[in-house]
Design a protein around this ligand. Structure first.
Ligand SMILES: NC(=O)c1ccc[n+]([C@@H]2O[C@H](COP(=O)([O-])OP(=O)(O)OC[C@H]3O[C@@H](n4cnc5c(N)ncnc54)[C@H](O)[C@@H]3O)[C@@H](O)[C@H]2O)c1
Ligand SMILES: O=C(O)C[C@H](O)C(=O)O
Ligand SMILES: [Mg+2]
Length: 607
């Protein structure tokens, strides 16, 4: 039977399928999977469960005979059945409020996730464009907001302030022997939604779903972590259904002791794991990054992943203007939002200018303008955040605290980039002011998430700033039909284009830390991924349908940078020497070979 994805066969889905079946053919039968349980316990374990797909012989071997309806349903039929029930849900919820529909779609996917991971990831991979907005941004934000009510089954691990002194033993409660990727949050800054306390666990789960789908990390080797150190969200503290610790957030040394203990415990059990920090409020995002990046294999996605994606987009806008890349050093860039993401982006972009122009980083800050909740950051600012200080302007150039519109009118920037978390702050007047930009193709990046927190919508950007802009947003928007019959392309400038490749490349290199060189290689790989023809049309980032392919390329670039930095220690049977002898093509093949793909493997019971 022909398999269908929702939007018909996408290139990526077709490629993924070819890849999967090639594997089946080359090994004739997929390799066995050892299972230590039998009977009903297997049916209740989503890692091994095949539902009605268990062949009769396997039912006999594993004590499943009689526990399932007699007919064996093929994987393809199970897939079609799920897609049909999803379509029927779409039909039945037509006309209902968007939030209701999104949550209903999340629920049906989540139920499959809890029941049968192989089938779940197969439908996710094959329909990533349709399903990413449900299991990831933006719906994951809504899920976090409603988490205590939606909660049915645990997923991942929870470490709370009450677990102090116990974490080294607790970590052994996790049932998997091996863990490759950990995503951790403390729930303090979930997307642009603020402090959601324990409910932020949805973010590590969504990020790890992308690791499985995009990077082919085995779902049995991922671990979402919630570090519950309390919440300062009064509404949650008052909510009787709230599932987290009911106390204000720990601060200072008390906070650091908890997170130190977790890191020691995690790396004691899994010394080769990669840990991604996600959605920590800025002060802890920066402090933990500095504290751990030379000691553990970790990175902060909001600071470093976002920076790479934004830099790739900024370089893309130079190409879109038909200018040589070296012209990046002349681009005037206004960054709105000076938190973990805005500062991370500004820092990486300034470093790139310094490298390209052969000037100091201080000199390279000249064309950058940083705006936070108090307006333009200048040296006149009292109590300035030390991290923002290098980018503070001379108030003689523009006044301290100038508004976005004032700055745009005065500077006429090539790029206006938002990472403020404040929906709609690129309002009509700001967008109209971008018409006077010094660029022939001004860029507007409304990168805040989820959708309602985007600095502007795609429609408003093209309407007010003009049809010749390049536009990118953190959450997905539809392309815009312009009056002249042309298409205003919408790019999704989201760190999902980099973090899976950073994690995968690091893991397969066996590096024990993640260097600036590895992160820079990731950004450069993404920046050069699109063809000139695509970039001229305003298409700066690949379609999400190609996320497995771009992740493979990014992973290879990261791995090769680890080799260049002389920190690649190898992975499994592949030693550091083998890695260093690999050509670029060999590296891509090595990465591809190590990516997990969802097919049913024969289960073999071992006591
Ligand atoms: N697209 C992506 O890949 C991506 C990646 C990371 C973060 N983000 C989004 O970026 C947003 C910010 O994340 P963060 O971690 O930097 O948060 P943060 O809380 O660390 O920083 C927010 C910044 O915005 C500033 N701000 C607040 N109100 C403002 C206003 N009215 N005008 C100008 N500036 C204002 C604050 O002063 C602060 O500097 C979130 O919505 C997040 O979802 C997107
Ligand atoms: O989660 C996302 O979609 C991107 C980013 O990490 C964010 O915090 O908004
Ligand atoms: Mg994030």
């Amino acid at each position: 039977m022909m398999w269908r994805n929702i939007a018909g066969f996408s290139k990526a889905a077709a490629a993924a399928r070819t890849h999967g079946s090639r594997r089946c053919l080359s090994t004739a039968i997929p390799g066995p999977c050892i299972v230590h349980k039998r009977g009903a316990d297997i049916l209740h374990d989503p890692w091994f469960n095949k539902d009605t797909g268990f062949p009769l012989t396997e039912r006999d071997r594993l004590g499943l005979r009689g526990l399932l309806p007699p007919r064996v349903i093929s994987f393809e039929q199970q897939y079609d059945r799920f897609i049909e029930s999803f379509r029927s849900l779409e039909r039945n919820t037509q006309g209902q409020p968007e939030n209701v529909v999104s949550l209903a779609k999340w629920r049906i996917l989540n139920r499959l996730h809890d029941r049968n991971e192989t089938l779940y990831y197969r439908v996710l991979i094959d329909n990533i464009k349709d399903f990413a907005p449900i299991i990831y941004t933006p719906t994951v934000g809504l899920v976090c907001q409603n988490y205590s009510g939606l909660y049915r089954r645990p997923r991942g691990m929870y470490f709370s302030a009450q677990d102090k002194g116990e974490m080294m033993s607790m970590i052994y409660n996790w049932p998997a022997k091996e863990v490759d990727m950990i995503v951790i949050t403390d729930g303090s800054r979930i997307l642009g939604l603020g402090d959601l306390g324990v409910q932020g666990i949805g973010i590590p789960i969504g990020k790890l779903d992308m690791y499985v789908s995009a990077a082919g990390i085995n779902p049995q080797r991922v671990l979402p972590i919630m570090l519950d150190v309390g919440t300062n969200n009064e509404k949650l503290l008052q909510n009787p259904l709230y599932l987290g610790v009911r106390q204000p957030r720990l601060e200072g040394e008390e906070y650091l002791e908890i997170i130190d203990e977790f890191m020691e415990a995690a790396f004691t059990r899994w010394p080769k794991a990669v840990v991604q920090f996600e959605d920590f409020q800025a002060k802890w995002a920066f402090e933990t990054l500095e504290r751990y990046r030379k000691k553990f294999c970790m990175f902060n996605d909001d600071v470093q992943g976002t920076a790479g994606v934004a830099l790739a987009g900024l370089l893309g806008t130079v190409r879109a203007q038909g200018r040589p890349l070296s012209d990046f050093v002349n681009q005037k860039i206004v960054v709105v939002g000076a938190g973990s993401a805005g500062l991370g982006v500004t820092k990486m972009a300034v470093q790139a200018v310094a490298r390209m122009a052969g000037i100091s980083e201080i000199a390279a800050t000249k064309n950058f303008y940083l705006i936070d909740k108090d307006g333009l950051v200048t040296t006149e600012r009292t109590k300035i955040d030390p991290a923002a200080l290098p980018f503070a302007k001379n108030p003689a150039e523009i006044r301290e605290g100038a508004s976005i519109v004032e700055v745009v009118k005065k500077v006429r920037p090539h790029v206006l980039l938002g990472l403020s978390g404040v929906g709609g702050i690129f309002h009509e007047e700001v967008l109209k002011a971008m018409r006077e930009s010094d660029s022939c193709k001004p860029a507007i990046f409304a990168m805040s998430n989820p959708t309602l927190n985007a600095e502007c919508t795609a429609v408003d950007a093209f309407k007010h700033a003009g049809g010749n802009i390049v536009f990118a947003s953190g959450s997905p928007f539809e392309n815009v039909e312009l009056e002249n019959g042309k298409v205003g392309h919408v790019n999704q400038a989201n760190n999902m284009y980099l973090f899976p490749g950073i994690g995968l490349g690091t893991l397969l290199s066996g590096a024990r830390i993640i260097t600036d060189g590895m992160l820079q290689a990731a950004a450069e790989c993404l920046a050069s991924y699109m063809t000139d023809e695509e970039v001229q049309k305003g298409i700066l980032f690949p379609s999400i349908n190609n996320i497995r392919h771009i992740t493979t390329e990014v992973g290879a670039a990261v791995l090769r940078a680890a080799v260049s930095d002389d920190i690649a220690e190898g992975h499994g049977d592949v030693g550091p020497k083998d890695l260093s002898h690999m050509s670029k093509e060999d590296t891509v093949n090595y990465i591809t070979r190590n990516m997990w793909f969802p097919i049913y493997s024969p289960l073999v019971h071992e006591k």
